[in-house]
Ligand binder design. Structure first.
Ligand SMILES: Nc1ncnc2c1ncn2[C@@H]1O[C@H](COP(=O)(O)OP(=O)(O)OP(=O)(O)O)[C@@H](O)[C@H]1O
Ligand SMILES: [Mg+2]
Length: 304
């Protein structure tokens, strides 16, 4: 079961995150990134964080510890922004905390230039994302960080932010566990990810027992409120059944045939030129909002 802590001090909001998570210190002296139940992304994003994150950990991937954080909005009373205070007010109670990796750097194309990615590790990460239909580990938003960065130990890739995985839970009816995964813009696509080796190594580990023990870690409150299911345990079983069916049909979704870095760069340039041509002059001055909160993105292409 996830450890429970209580937020004792509000350090800062993480404004780079679409859901405006907070960095807090807790009564166990740990520092955590807190994702709030009251955010626009909603509780399903937190369910995805727990299920995919704990699955990653069980499969041996690097993923910071998760905890349940009791949060009293009074702790953050000095937060100056009204919108952020409203988010806190809507999130009193149990929220999700992730161990804060101090000094971690986002794995951007720039950081990637000085960093070697092992094709086997890349394969395991792409495989996990394909299994869990994670649509948010792209070149533009890698949700990977490099840590530590100050030479105390070798810098490694860590997974963060699985709130946009398990896309199928936004529309359970008719969603097909064998559906192909759109991997063309995956952040690790051009490191030669050995996805077949990952499938051979990891698929046998994803048993119903493992999935059931992970689903049991999701707090009941985050699972309630979906009229298709009578009880939280029924929702848990739906995740277990879907992911177990999906892992058994990996032949249907295993991403292979990754485009080369050059092909991707050409595609991106062509798309940017097309987008620019089609935009009125005033819009050309507005930056692209690729970091839109998950709830505002168009999910239709990934559902079903
Ligand atoms: N555990 C962590 N340790 C250190 N930094 C972190 C951690 N979690 C998140 N961050 C930093 O905060 C940023 C935003 O976090 P995250 O992507 O989880 O938020 P989000 O609100 O789900 O974002 P979005 O939906 O915009 O991708 C990350 O890109 C990273 O720089
Ligand atoms: Mg993110």
């Amino acid at each position: 079961m996830l450890k429970e802590v209580t937020a004792a001090r509000y350090v800062a909001p993480l404004t780079s995150g679409g859901s405006v998570p907070a960095v807090v210190e807790a009564d166990d002296l740990g520092t955590y990134v807190v994702k709030f139940t009251g955010s626009a992304q909603g509780r399903k994003a937190l369910v995805a964080e727990v299920i995919v994150g704990e699955l990653a950990r069980a499969l041996g991937l690097r993923f910071p510890e998760l905890v349940l954080v009791h949060f009293d909005p009074a702790v953050a009373a000095d937060e100056p922004h009204q919108e952020v205070r409203e988010l806190h007010a809507a999130s009193a109670g149990v929220n999700l905390g992730m161990d804060y990796l101090s000094g971690a750097r986002d794995f951007t194309p720039e950081v990637a230039r000085d960093f070697d990615v092992d094709p086997l590790e890349a394969g395991r990460i792409v495989w996990l994302d394909a299994l869990t239909v994670n649509v948010d580990r792209t070149v533009h938003s890698s949700n990977l960080v490099v840590w530590p960065t100050r030479g105390v130990a070798p810098a490694r890739l860590w997974l963060i932010d699985h709130g946009a995985a398990l896309v199928f839970h936004h529309r359970w009816e008719g969603s097909d566990p064998a559906k192909a995964y759109d991997f063309r813009h995956h952040a690790l696509g051009h490191y030669g990810p050995d996805v077949r080796a990952a499938d051979a190594e990891l698929a046998p580990k994803v048993t119903e027992e493992l999935l059931r023990s992970i689903a049991a870690e999701v707090p009941e409150d985050w699972l309630a409120g979906d009229s298709r299911f009578a009880t939280p345990d029924e929702v848990r079983e739906a995740y277990v059944a879907y992911l177990h069916a999906r892992v058994r049909s990996s032949g249907a979704w295993l991403p292979t045939d990754f485009p080369s870095a050059e092909t991707l760069a050409e595609e991106n340039a062509r798309r940017a030129a097309r987008t620019q041509r089609g935009r009125p002059d005033w819009l050309k001055r507005v930056p692209d909002l690729h970091g839109k909160p998950a709830a505002e993105r168009d999910w239709s292409a990934h559902l079903g």
